[in-house]
Design a protein around this ligand. Structure first.
Ligand code: SF4
Length: 237
């Protein structure tokens, strides 16, 4: 008999390895939109020590998230009259010291091929993650903002879906936001400078949740104590 459990583990491990190779080496000044408005130190360590994870996502969960996202795109593609472009590659220099690289989940196009909407899908364990919020999470809004700004498109949506039931969906629409874009550019420029100087940024998450999911939380905890910084964000272990 085939050992299906071993086959699944092998297949997902090799998929994961291929993803890691893609992210293996990066030049200074290249960032992913998903890194915008997140702890600079976390990104820095991930770049200078490729292979060290900054977020722990089990292999199977990662794969289920991918499948859920593909299902959403298929549903939109099947709707007559909507032209969908998926996995849109993005490479754009946003300042002399910062270039962003990424893939947009999908965009919609008009008959002339112009982008009419930009969409980012986020799969979550439970939609209560967004609760009664009136806008998407800051780091997700920032990611979408990178796409909107670089494509010059004023219509975007962040779609949260439950991994276990993709009929459970919540969408937040967004538009170009010059203030947020300014913060994102400053955030990446500062990080680029830290990388040029080979200086590790201080352990300062932008939002509290980051430390709880970060592999470096123990290292940072001591340093934050030494620096006398607030430990709020590290208290949820
Ligand atoms: S533990 Fe927190 S402060 Fe330290 S690198 Fe991770 S997110 Fe940043």
């Amino acid at each position: 008999m085939l050992k299906i459990d071993e086959i699944i583990t092998d297949e997902l491990t090799s998929l994961n390895d291929r993803e890691r190779v893609k992210h293996k080496k990066r030049e200074v000044g290249i960032f992913y939109p998903s890194e915008s408005m997140q702890c600079q130190r976390k990104i820095y360590i991930g770049v200078v020590q490729p292979g060290r994870k900054t977020q722990k996502m089990p292999l199977g969960l990662f794969h289920m998230a991918k499948l859920a996202e593909e299902s959403v795109i298929k549903c939109v593609q099947n709707k007559p009259g909507i032209c969908v472009q998926e996995q849109v590659r993005l490479v754009k220099e946003i300042s002399p010291d910062v270039t962003i690289h990424g893939y947009i989940d999908f965009t919609t196009l008009d008959d002339d091929g112009n982008t009419t909407g930009v969409y980012e899908i986020k799969s979550v364990g439970n939609l209560s993650y967004v609760g009664k919020a009136t806008e998407a999470k800051l780091h997700h809004r920032s990611q979408l903002q990178c796409y909107l700004q670089t494509l010059g498109c004023n219509k975007g949506g962040i779609i949260y879906i439950e991994r276990g039931d993709i009929c459970k969906v919540k969408q937040f629409d967004d538009t170009l936001d010059p203030d947020l874009w300014g913060r994102i550019k400053t955030h990446f420029s500062e990080l680029s400078q830290y990388m040029k100087d080979r200086e590790i940024p201080p352990p300062m998450p932008i939002e509290e949740w980051e430390c709880g999911y970060c592999e470096f939380k123990d290292e940072c905890k001591e340093e934050r104590k030494e620096l006398g910084l607030k430990l709020n964000s590290l208290s949820k272990k």
